[in-house]
Write a protein that binds this ligand. Structure first.
Ligand code: FAD
Length: 477
């Protein structure tokens, strides 16, 4: 009897899971999840992970299989389970982050030296990052990257959910599992995640339903609607993707299938898949530039004179900057664990270019508070906004938070949802309450510096400071 350990990581699903599939073809599978003692996880992501693991346990139980949960150092745990189960094989889907690659390489070498068969597979990208380059060099610009991916690679069909063989009774007896609740992944006191469940259904079934609902209800308006945070026009698949509850290949395949039935939506569908391409590009960048999470890709940004004022960061984090679109975004993030992409760009730009706080501090806050925290997407996007990354927004393009709000939330619906204290202000002042006269503010129940903060800075002045600093940087390089 062949027994294979399938080590699951950020791929918490059964369908289109090459490691599980291949293991199931060989014989008996032991699905294993290890809570790595050294991992630096964000708190909101751990909330999601708890629920995702719970869903996976239930899905495996329907196949008569337990999900083995262990906490500690992965190599040690794998060796323990190999000894307890007499398994001679370990399979996993590849990781592409620098720490994951280093760990997997070391574990593979060690286990192989002990005569264990170790096999790894591509499960979480459309194309292996190392296969895709231009004249032996990685891509740094998205459009040629995406064009070449579409032209040179065909996306393999997604795999079905495996039919698992039953785990022999004595094996089930030998393999002790830890209890998910003992891992304390959920926040306790205070339970800041209490509203998360209203917004999300973690797990593979939740992911499939989300994709179907998006295709049926929102794809038709994706290109235009995706910029408007009050509209229900984006897929909200990011936390499902970042936990691997659905693979990019499944999204690709389902979307293409849907477009064959609805050819009139081809442009919308291509646009949606192109956004999925940005995720692919981020992983491409992280694989080829492993310092992406903490070091600017453009060296001239290394000496940027960032403000080290803790108060500025705190006001931004708590949604108390006095700029409504920024504050609404930061409160959406805190209350739901997610923020709309347009607002992420505005909030990030405000922190970096108006408050002159380093992008790494914003990146760290997003890492801790996003349910979709994803090392590649988060670092590539922060560097993109900062102007220090690949294919980045030029530094001098500084978002004006009032104009952005007026353009993308013209009726203030998004603002009123997250900033109820401003809800009685008329549309024309809701993005700049300081411009309203005292009578109007009083009538709307708004007290600037009372129930809503005064502006932390003047955007026009801040913009000029930022541009002056950038000019000096350019001259000195
Ligand atoms: P949709 O518009 O429905 O797109 C579908 C999928 O495509 C997304 O789920 C995502 O996987 C991918 N995608 C879409 N836009 C982008 C993009 N600009 N860059 C990379 N991939 C994209 N995304 C994360 O998944 N995790 C992060 O930690 C993260 N941090 C970000 C930080 C900043 C400062 C910014 C500006 C963006 C960040 N993003 C991050 C990218 C983007 O905001 C989210 O992927 C998107 O908002 C998720 O919503 P959605 O699933 O409805 O997207």
């Amino acid at each position: 009897m062949t027994i294979t350990i399938a080590w699951l990581r950020r791929d918490l699903r059964l369908a289109d899971h090459p490691a599980l599939w291949e293991a199931s073809q060989e014989g008996v599978v032991i699905p294993l999840y290890i809570l790595d003692a050294d991992e630096q996880a964000g708190a909101a992501e751990l909330w999601w992970r708890h629920h995702s693991l719970q869903q996976l346990q239930e899905a495996l139980a329907r196949h008569g299989l337990p999900l083995l949960l262990r906490r500690g150092k992965p190599l040690q745990i794998l060796q323990e389970i190999i000894a307890e189960s007499s398994s001679r094989a370990v399979f996993w889907n590849r990781r592409y982050d620098p720490a994951g690659i280093a760990q997997d390489t070391a574990i593979k070498a060690e286990l192989r030296s002990q005569g264990i068969a170790v096999r790894s597979f591509m499960g979480d990208c459309l194309v292996e990052p190392w296969l895709h380059h231009h004249d032996e060099k990685p891509y740094k610009v998205f459009t040629p990257f995406w064009k070449s991916l579409l032209a040179r690679f065909s996306i393999a069909p997604a795999l079905p959910e495996p039919d698992f063989s039953a785990l022999p009774h004595e094996l089930t007896q030998n393999l002790a599992t830890e209890t998910l609740t003992d891992w304390h992944l959920l926040p306790q006191k205070p339970n800041w995640a209490k509203r998360f469940s209203k917004s999300w259904a973690p797990g593979e079934t939740g992911a499939k339903n989300r994709l179907q609902q998006f295709l049926d209800e929102s794809l038709a308006n994706y290109s235009e609607g995706r910029n408007f945070p009050a509209q229900n026009s984006v897929s909200r698949l990011s936390p499902h993707l970042s936990h691997g509850e659905i693979s990019p290949r499944q999204i690709w395949q389902e979307t293409r299938f849907y477009l064959r039935q609805h050819p009139e939506l081809t442009d919308e569908g291509e646009h949606f898949l192109r956004e999925l391409g940005w995720r692919e590009f981020s992983w491409h960048l992280l694989f080829h530039f492993p310092k992406l999470p903490d070091t600017p890709l453009r060296p001239e940004f290394a000496n940027f004179p960032w403000q080290k004022d803790a108060l500025l960061l705190e006001r931004w984090q708590s949604g108390q900057t006095g700029y409504p679109i920024v504050d609404a975004g930061m409160r959406e993030l805190w209350q739901s664990g997610w923020m709309h992409n347009r607002v992420r760009m505005i909030c990030a730009s405000f922190l970096i270019k108006d408050l002159l706080v380093s992008w790494q501090q914003g990146e760290a806050w997003f890492w801790d508070t996003l349910v979709d925290a994803d090392l590649a997407n988060n670092s590539a996007s922060w560097q993109w906004v900062a102007g220090s990354g690949a294919d980045a927004a030029p530094y001098f393009r500084i978002f004006n938070p009032v104009l952005q709000g007026e353009k993308f939330d013209p009726e203030g619906k998004y603002l009123r949802r997250w900033l109820p204290e401003l809800s009685a202000l008329p549309d024309r002042f809701i993005h700049q309450p300081w411009a309203a006269d005292q009578d109007l503010l009083k009538k709307a129940g708004v007290v600037l510096g009372g129930n809503y903060p005064q502006r932390l800075i003047d955007h026009h002045e801040a913009r000029q400071w930022a541009l002056d600093i950038f000019e000096k940087l350019k001259k000195n390089n």
